[in-house]
Design a protein. Structure first.
Length: 368
């Protein structure tokens, strides 16, 4: 009798364990992360990263970084800004830089599969890009930008939003006729350094408007690091509900408050597949002091310490994605080597942790 009771009790515990395991498996499915298994990563170090530096970065160094990143497998790179270099002298070598990368022997034969971008905020910059394209050395793609904040729009472009949309509608067909694609960027999505909070729904509407007037892809910019992971997920989920074409949407995140990679993870979970970043997390607002000379830049800095701002660190992002078994088609070791050299070019320690700590070993070391 006691023996039978034992089995009854044992059977009861087995059922409890089975139910516990089943509940755990159910919860595990709920917690499963549905991120994509393949992404595209663009490099914007030479344009967005170096524009923040208060020393002029030699053209030779810029060419070298572009060549190395192309050889590492990067297919989308921002090269320079075709705006007036008087206020942003980091771009005074824009023409020379484009001509040199176009004629580079190191990447000869590779550029047919690479898209090189120039920032062209206003009409003269677009005209300059069109002329350069006609001469055979210009950009493959140009970038226009609107802000969801009217105040920031005027400060960044000198035009109201209504005026800028009208300008974009006029010039996008001209850029297409010249053989260039056009990126329409939406900025201050999660907040404005001047006005404060902004409406996410406005950025979704602006994205649709870019596509309606002919933009080939749209960049979504966290202008000053205001985005938090929950709102990044919310925004890109809203975007995908209305405009489900993630391959034409580019995620651009800053890490001013240390949330950069957490925001990348949130964007991945929302299904985004196209990202851009800078080596060492360089970047931020264009410098208003370059090589010992005060310049206009884009006005007073909106941060207290220039060392505490920047974009998501490209090296750390690709290593994280590699650990998550997300395919990037990049030579990660070469990217880390390039990041180390960028520190030497600038003469300072940058944000990347992986260029110091290295990648996580994939095999046993053999050491005891």
């Amino acid at each position: 009798m006691t023996f039978c009771c034992f089995f009854i009790i044992f059977d009861h515990h087995c059922n409890s364990i089975i139910k516990t395991i089943a509940n755990y498996q159910t919860n595990a499915k709920i917690l499963h992360m549905n991120y994509p298994k393949k992404v595209v990563i663009g490099d914007i170090t030479v344009r967005d990263g170096f524009q923040h530096e208060e020393i002029f970065v030699p053209t030779d160094a810029k060419v070298w970084v572009l060549e190395e990143m192309i050889q590492a497998g990067v297919k989308h790179l921002e090269v320079t800004n075709f705006g007036n270099p008087k206020g942003m002298p980091q771009f005074k070598d824009a023409d020379d830089l484009f001509k040199r990368i176009r004629s580079s022997k190191k990447v000869a034969g590779m550029l047919d599969d690479v898209s090189l971008t120039a920032v062209t905020i206003r009409e003269r910059a677009i005209q300059r890009a069109i002329q350069a394209k006609k001469e055979g050395w210009g950009p493959d793609r140009i970038l226009l930008m609107v802000s969801t904040s009217e105040t920031h729009q005027r400060k960044n472009s000198g035009l109201s939003l209504a005026e800028y949309w009208a300008m974009a509608e006029e010039w996008i067909p001209k850029a297409h006729d010249a053989g260039m694609t056009v990126n329409g960027t939406v900025s201050t999505i999660w907040g404005c350094p001047i006005e404060g909070p902004t409406e996410l729904s406005k950025a979704v509407d602006f994205t649709q408007r870019w596509f309606d007037i002919g933009a080939n892809d749209v960049e979504h910019a966290d202008h000053d690091g205001s985005a938090s992971p929950d709102r990044v997920y919310k925004y890109f989920s809203m975007l995908m509900d209305k405009i489900d074409n993630p391959h034409k949407q580019i995620v651009h995140l800053h890490t001013t408050r240390g949330w950069g990679l957490a925001n990348v993870l949130a964007a991945l979970q929302a299904g985004m597949t196209n990202y851009e970043a800078t080596l060492g997390g360089l970047g931020g607002q264009p410098a208003n002091f370059v090589s010992g000379v005060p310049v206009s830049g884009t006005g007073a800095y909106y941060y207290k310490d220039s060392k505490e701002v920047g974009l998501v660190t490209l090296e750390d992002m690709v290593v994280m994605m590699d650990e998550m078994e997300i395919e990037t088609n990049l030579d990660i070791d070469k990217i880390l080597e390039t990041g180390r050299m960028v520190e030497r070019i600038l003469g300072k320690r940058l944000r990347s942790e992986t260029i110091n700590q290295g990648r996580i070993p994939k095999e046993l070391s053999g050491r005891l």
